[in-house]
Design a protein around this ligand. Structure first.
Ligand SMILES: Nc1ncnc2c1ncn2[C@@H]1O[C@H](COP(=O)(O)OP(=O)(O)OP(=O)(O)O)[C@@H](O)[C@H]1O
Length: 273
């Protein structure tokens, strides 16, 4: 399914924060949404997934309008929202968190299949299935938040800053998982990221937000060369990942897997808890 957002406006307590945002994400595509703090990226995701009622404009999943539906209904129609700060239930086990993600699908016979697919995507979760989610590292909690979103069997997934606070090799693992969801599962992925290098390493297109509007959009290749993007994001030192390096990401993931699956290597030191 495609996610189609047209002229979206939204406000908090009467104060307008989105001033007509339009974007589209097609199946098998990752669109990165980047921009400064307060540009409105989180608000777009909240308005799209029904957590905030937009004041105008429209949101469609293919031809189906979802603009004013509630979050549960939108989730059931195939859109998963993985929120900022990886809001897992800390006192519940990994298993129970996954089950909650699939609550609206639990009785259907593909539930076990989806659980297996989520654990295959993030094998570390399989190893920790009985642990309390609060005992997981930051990276593992992010993986759990994503796996939980996938349990509802979405066609469209929107993620809010999945790389926040994570070590580069964990970011690599998250990025590789996003590439898998696009390439092998044909999902439409809308990715909000401050880490523009990580986002651009995997995205096909990007939307740059500024003060509640789309400043510029285009393919990642076009935007890399755009002076506005370079000046704001790519010139500085805020790098946590080398640019344009899906292959290097894959290497990092393989190395990481090796460390994780090799008990002698111990816990990964860069993964903040
Ligand atoms: N619950 C809220 N109540 C009032 N204003 C809010 C609320 N949430 C966000 N805002 C304001 O709305 C604007 C857009 O915020 P939003 O969180 O969407 O930006 P963002 O681009 O996601 O930034 P960040 O990267 O800091 O999350 C900002 O000016 C912010 O201060």
């Amino acid at each position: 399914m495609s996610l189609v957002v047209r002229d979206l406006t939204a406000s908090y307590e009467g104060l307008a924060v989105l001033h007509g945002v339009s974007l589209q994400v097609d199946p098998g595509e990752i669109v990165a949404m980047v921009g400064a703090n307060g540009a409105g990226k989180t608000t777009v995701l909240r308005a799209v997934s029904g957590l905030l009622q937009p004041t105008g404009g429209s949101v469609h999943l293919d031809d189906r309008e979802i603009t004013r539906l509630g979050a549960e209904r939108i989730s059931a129609l195939g859109l998963a929202h993985v929120p900022e700060n990886r809001l897992v239930f800390p006192s519940l086990s990994v298993e129970d968190n996954l089950q909650l993600g699939g609550w609206n699908r639990k009785r259907d016979k593909r539930y076990a299949e989806r659980r297996a697919a989520a654990l295959e995507l993030f094998p570390r979760l399989a190893d920790r299935i009985a642990l309390q989610a609060g005992a997981l590292s930051g990276g593992e909690q992010q993986m759990l938040a994503m796996a939980r979103g996938l349990m509802a069997d979405p066609s469209v997934i929107v993620l809010d800053e999945p790389s926040l606070g994570l070590a580069p090799k964990v970011v690599g693992e998250i990025v590789a998982a996003l590439a898998h969801l696009r390439d092998d599962r044909n999902l439409a992925v809308l990715l909000v990221e401050q880490n523009i290098r990580a986002a651009f390493s995997v995205a096909d297109r990007a939307v740059v937000m500024e003060r509640g509007r789309v400043l510029v959009e285009g393919t990642v290749e076009q935007l890399r060369d755009d002076p506005r993007v370079q000046a704001a994001y790519l010139g500085g030192s805020a790098t946590t990942m080398p640019e344009d390096n899906v292959r290097r990401v894959a290497t990092a993931v393989a190395r990481y897997d090796h460390e994780v699956h090799d008990p002698a290597a111990g816990p990964s030191p860069g993964d903040p808890r």
